[in-house]
Design a protein around this ligand. Structure first.
Ligand code: DX5
Ligand code: ZN
Length: 224
């Protein structure tokens, strides 16, 4: 299934609850929540108190993207404050299976995330163990960047490998620089969970979400 996951990093934080409500009412199914620690990535965003607060104002599925060093230190706290799925970076831990296991034991969905320079073969050993692979289409750390077309090649390869292994139910999420002009290409490459920050939360949120969802519906109907 094709899913839209607006990233609140681009929202107006003084109206966060209201803007999340608008995205949900327009039909977005997930909320993408970017947690940055200032170490794994240069920037710092927000942490547990924000996730806990917004959990009270929406039933949307929380896709938490941890851009933090040694995510094993914090997965239980993010599970406790409202994550439904926890994405962590392959590059951020020395023990990927341990983090997967920890998230599973908390009864949350598991996603592994890859930076643009990380080859697909690095994620292959874990495909059987996860619900999602998040392929970054920009360097993680900031919203509003341009999508790197070379990353779509990775999405294509990954989809092929998943299909060869009978793992079609694993979601492939893409994150960074996705807009209504390149969405068709991203879907055609095999992504089915689409993160978008600045293209959703700028100007008319309702219209932006609907535009994305229409393209996604149309592409699914064309069987791409
Ligand atoms: C970047 C974040 C993204 C970002 C996407 O490190 O992981 O989720 O918010 O924002 P846009 O859609 O503006 O590239
Ligand atoms: Zn993200």
């Amino acid at each position: 299934m094709n899913i839209l996951a607006p990233s609140i990093l681009a929202a107006d934080f003084s109206k966060l609850g209201e803007q999340i409500g608008q995205a949900g009412a327009a039909g977005a199914q997930y909320l993408h929540i970017d947690v940055m620690d200032g170490v794994f990535v240069p920037s710092i965003s927000f942490g547990m108190p924000v996730v806990r607060t917004i959990r009270k104002c929406t039933d949307l599925f929380f896709d938490v993207h941890l851009m933090i060093e040694k995510p094993e230190r914090y997965v239980s706290e993010f599970a406790e404050c409202g994550a439904d799925l926890i994405n962590f970076h392959l590059e951020a831990t020395e023990d990927v299976p341990n983090v997967i296991e920890k998230i599973r034991s908390l009864n949350k969905k598991v996603g592994v995330t890859m930076k643009p320079a990380t080859p697909v073969k690095e994620v292959e050993p874990y495909l059987k163990l996860v619900d999602m692979v998040l392929v970054m289409t920009v360097e993680p750390g900031f919203g509003g960047q341009e999508l790197m077309p070379a990353c779509l090649e990775k999405v294509r390869d990954l989809r092929q490998i998943l299909s060869d292994r009978g793992l079609d139910s694993v979601d492939v999420e893409v994150d960074g620089g996705i807009n209504e002009n390149n969405l068709g290409q991203v879907l055609a490459a095999g992504a089915n969970v689409i993160v978008s920050g600045s293209s959703v939360f700028q100007n008319d949120i309702d219209a932006n979400v609907k535009k994305f969802l229409n393209i996604m519906k149309q592409t699914a109907a064309e069987g791409k």
